[in-house]
Design a binder for this molecule. Structure first.
Ligand code: PLP
Length: 376
C-alpha cells in the first residue's frame, strides 16, 4: 500500500525534484535572498522589542478560540479591518492566510454559470480555489492582455459573470501586470469581475505601499484585492479589500472564513503596527527598485531572460539539477538563494529566485554581482 508513495518519492528524486526541509539556513553570516520580508520589517528588532514591551501586551490573546463568527474576542480584528478600510477607502475582511483567502473567496463568488479567466502563471492557491469552485476556467497567456481581451469578447454573451483573476506582481517572475489595460477591458463589458492578488505588490508599490492597484490609482476599479500579511507586512494572515455587499456575502459564504479558527488577536495587533509602518516606507520602496534595476540589467547582460521590474528577480536556469548546483554554489559564497522547481514553476523554467529586502545595502548588491559573475 505504501509502495506508491515511495515510488513517487523516487521519481521526484531521480528528476532532481525531491524537496526537503533544510536545517542549514539559520547562519546569520549568510545573506538571505529567499525571504519575502521585502521591507526588512521582520528583521527590525527595535520595532519588535517595542511591541513586546508595550503595556497592553498581556491583554492580547494568543488564540481566538473559535472561528471569527463565533469568537468573543473581536477588538483586534475590528481595529485592523477598520484601519485597512479607512486606508483603502473600501471595506476590508481578514483571512487566516493568502491560501485561505484564495481557496475561500473564489469558490464563494463563482458557480457553474461563471467563467473564470486567469493568468497562466497564477499562484497554486488561486488554481485550487478555481478547482474547488467547479467553474469552467481558461488560462490566458501570461500577462497577455490581448489574449484576455479575445477570450472575453468570445465568451461574454455565454456567461452571466466572467471572473478575471491575476496577480499584480508575479511571485516567481517579478513582472507586473498591466492593470490599466486590464481595467480598460473590464470597462467595455457589463459582466466582468476583477480579482487581483497583491501578495507581492502590497508594501512594495504605491505611495503608501498599498500595492500596484494604488500606484495605478485603480483601487476602486478592482472588485476584490487580496493582500497577504506574511510577506512585506512581516506577520501572518491576509485581507480582502472589496465593497460592503461582497464583504457581507463573503462573511456568509467563504468556507475558509466560516470553518477555520481565526488568527490569534496578538498577530493582528502586530499586523496593525507593521502596516502603519509600511505606509511611510517610501525610501525603502525606492531602494528596493534601484537594487532590482542593478541586478536585472546585470542578469540580462549575461544573456538570461527577465521581465522583472520588482523586488523578485528570476535567474532562469531551465533544469532542476543545474539549478540546485547554482544555488549550492551561491550558498558556498554566502547567499541563501534557493532553487525553484516544478510544480512551483513550469518544467524547463527552473530557476534561482532572488527576493530582495530593503535592509540589504547597495554594497552587498555589488558583491552579489561579482559572485553571480563567477557562477553564471
Ligand atoms: C500570489 C500569492 N498568493 C497567495 C499566497 C499565499 O499566501 P500565504 O502565504 O499567506 O498563505 C502566496 C504565497 O506565496 C502567493 O505568492
Amino acid at each position: 500500500m505504501y509502495d506508491k508513495f515511495a515510488n513517487q518519492l523516487n521519481t521526484l528524486n531521480e528528476a532532481g525534484n525531491l524537496r526537503h526541509i533544510r536545517k542549514d539556513l539559520s547562519n546569520s553570516n549568510l545573506l538571505d535572498l529567499s525571504s519575502n520580508d521585502y521591507l526588512g520589517i521582520a528583521s527590525d528588532e527595535s520595532l519588535m522589542n517595542e511591541f513586546l514591551a508595550c503595556k497592553e501586551l498581556n491583554s492580547y490573546c494568543m488564540t481566538s478560540s473559535a472561528s471569527r463568527l463565533l469568537s468573543i474576542k473581536q477588538n483586534s480584528y475590528d481595529e485592523l479591518e477598520k484601519f485597512l478600510a479607512s486606508t483603502y477607502k473600501k471595506e476590508a475582511l481578514l483571512f487566516n492566510s493568502g491560501y485561505h483567502a484564495n481557496t475561500g473567496i473564489i469558490p464563494a463568488i463563482c458557480d457553474k454559470s461563471t467563467l473564470v479567466l486567469c493568468d497562466k502563471l497564477v499562484h497554486a492557491s488561486i488554481i485550487n480555489g478555481i478547482i474547488l469552485s467547479g467553474s469552467k476556467f481558461i488560462r490566458f497567456k501570461h500577462n497577455d492582455m490581448n489574449h484576455l481581451q479575445s477570450l472575453v469578447e468570445k465568451y461574454h454573451n455565454d456567461y452571466p459573470t466572467i471572473l478575471v483573476i491575476t496577480e499584480s506582481v508575479f511571485s516567481m517572475d517579478g513582472d507586473i501586470c498591466d492593470l490599466q489595460h486590464l481595467v480598460s477591458i473590464k470597462r467595455k463589458y457589463k459582466n466582468i469581475l476583477l480579482y487581483i492578488d497583491e501578495a507581492h505588490g502590497f508594501g512594495v508599490f504605491g505611495n503608501q505601499g498599498l500595492g500596484v492597484c494604488e500606484q495605478e490609482n485603480l483601487i476602486n476599479d478592482i472588485d476584490i484585492i487580496i493582500a497577504t500579511l506574511g510577506k512585506a507586512a512581516a506577520s501572518v494572515g491576509a485581507f480582502a479589500i472589496t465593497n460592503s455587499l461582497l464583504k457581507d456575502f463573503l462573511i456568509n459564504t467563504a468556507r475558509s472564513f466560516i470553518f477555520s479558527t481565526m488568527l490569534p488577536p496578538i498577530n493582528c495587533e502586530w499586523s496593525l503596527i507593521t502596516i502603519k509602518k509600511i505606509l511611510s516606507m517610501n525610501a525603502e520602496r525606492r531602494h528596493l527598485i534601484s537594487m532590482s534595476d542593478i541586478i536585472n540589467s546585470f542578469i540580462r547582460s549575461k544573456g538570461y531572460d527577465t521581465d522583472s521590474h520588482s523586488q523578485i528577480i528570476p535567474i532562469i536556469i531551465g533544469d532542476s539539477r543545474k539549478t540546485i548546483a547554482s544555488s549550492q554554489k551561491l550558498f558556498e559564497l554566502g547567499y541563501i538563494a534557493l532553487p525553484i522547481r516544478i510544480p512551483t514553476v513550469p518544467a524547463g523554467t527552473e530557476r534561482i529566485r532572488i527576493s530582495l529586502n530593503a535592509a540589504i545595502e547597495t554594497s552587498s548588491i555589488e558583491h552579489l554581482i561579482q559572485d553571480l559573475d563567477k557562477i553564471l
